[in-house]
Design a protein around this ligand. Structure first.
Ligand code: BV8
Ligand code: ZN
Length: 228
């Protein structure tokens, strides 16, 4: 089981949320990442997501994403869950993943629930064919996760015996509860983070190394152990 946060994408140039250049240092989540904020001022919310989309459209996955994309081949069962909405795991070839907080490149209609991947809009908020307002298809604070997403993540966690927590500060719930579930079922927990986090005290191993540097080495070791 691998669970990732913003840190796995920072070597690709995606700003994290809480780091020194983190988004939450410049922008207030309650003003931009809640449905109330969207109701209050849909233009400012859309401008912020368009700003992040432009950053994300210019960047590529890094060695960390590519290593994780190769891991499924070396385990009986393998699950990747991410809090990231940047789509970089998918771009690196991870096709079976759980995007707990949605995908920033998708738009969803708040009336009919329809979605599309349009990037250019004539007006803000952009409208769906049904006349409903489109919003970025991400999970905002106070909103439930996509149907079945957390259940799938929790199911995989209760069945895993090796759990990697990569590049997450372990603050946002319910994603941050997964390592504790892994602890409860006796899984071996490996944390990869350039800092100590809320999770470090339950990890069996903590690597204070950049994920893009250590994940290729870990994959190499796994391949070796699997006799490849
Ligand atoms: C919900 C999408 C049910 C949008 C995001 C009080 C207690 C407990 C919970 C709550 C509470 N009050 C409110 C809640 C619930 C709330 C929550 O958890 N709030 C927190 C702030 C306390 N959660 C919710 O609202 C969730 N929904 O609970 O629904 C419900 C319903 C009604 C009422 C109540 C409950 C929905 C949460 C989802 C929000 N959406 N994103 C968008 O992106 O715009 S969250 C967003 O921020 C990300 O998706 C991610 O989840 C989070 C950022 O965390 P990280 O990814 O960990 O990033 P961070 O920057 O923090 O850390 C990066 C780490 O990487 C650092 O540790 C750094 O050291 C490390 N790093 C950096 N570079 C590297 C590295 N590591 C390795 N290598 C490197 N190179
Ligand atoms: Zn619609």
């Amino acid at each position: 089981m691998v669970s990732t946060g913003a840190g796995v994408s920072s070597e690709s140039g995606v700003p994290t949320f809480r780091g020194a250049d983190g988004l939450w240092n410049k922008f207030r989540p309650e003003e931009l990442a809640t449905f109330e904020a969207f109701e209050r001022n849909p233009r400012i919310v859309w401008e912020w997501y368009q700003y992040r989309r432009e950053i994300i459209n210019r960047i590529k996955p890094n060695a960390g994403h590519y290593s994780i994309a190769q891991m499924p081949g070396y385990f009986e069962s393998f699950t990747l869950v991410t809090q990231n909405v940047d789509g970089l795991h998918r771009a690196a070839g991870s096709d079976d993943l759980v995007e707990l907080h949605g995908n920033i490149k998708r738009n969803r209609c708040i009336e009919c629930g329809g979605f599309n991947y349009d990037e250019e809009f004539a007006q803000f908020p952009p409208l769906c064919a049904c006349g409903g307002r489109l919003r970025p298809d991400v999970v905002w604070f106070g909103e439930l996760l996509p149907k079945g997403a957390f259940e799938k993540a929790e199911m995989a966690t209760t069945g895993c015996d090796l759990f990697f927590s990569v590049g997450t500060s372990g603050i946002v719930q319910p994603a941050a509860s997964l390592p504790f579930t892994a602890r409860r079922v006796g899984a071996f927990i490996v944390e990869i983070n350039i800092e100590q986090t809320e999770l470090t005290h339950i990890a069996d191993e903590h690597f204070t190394v950049k994920s893009g540097e250590i994940l290729p080495a870990i994959l190499g070791k796994i391949k070796e152990l699997r006799g490849n």
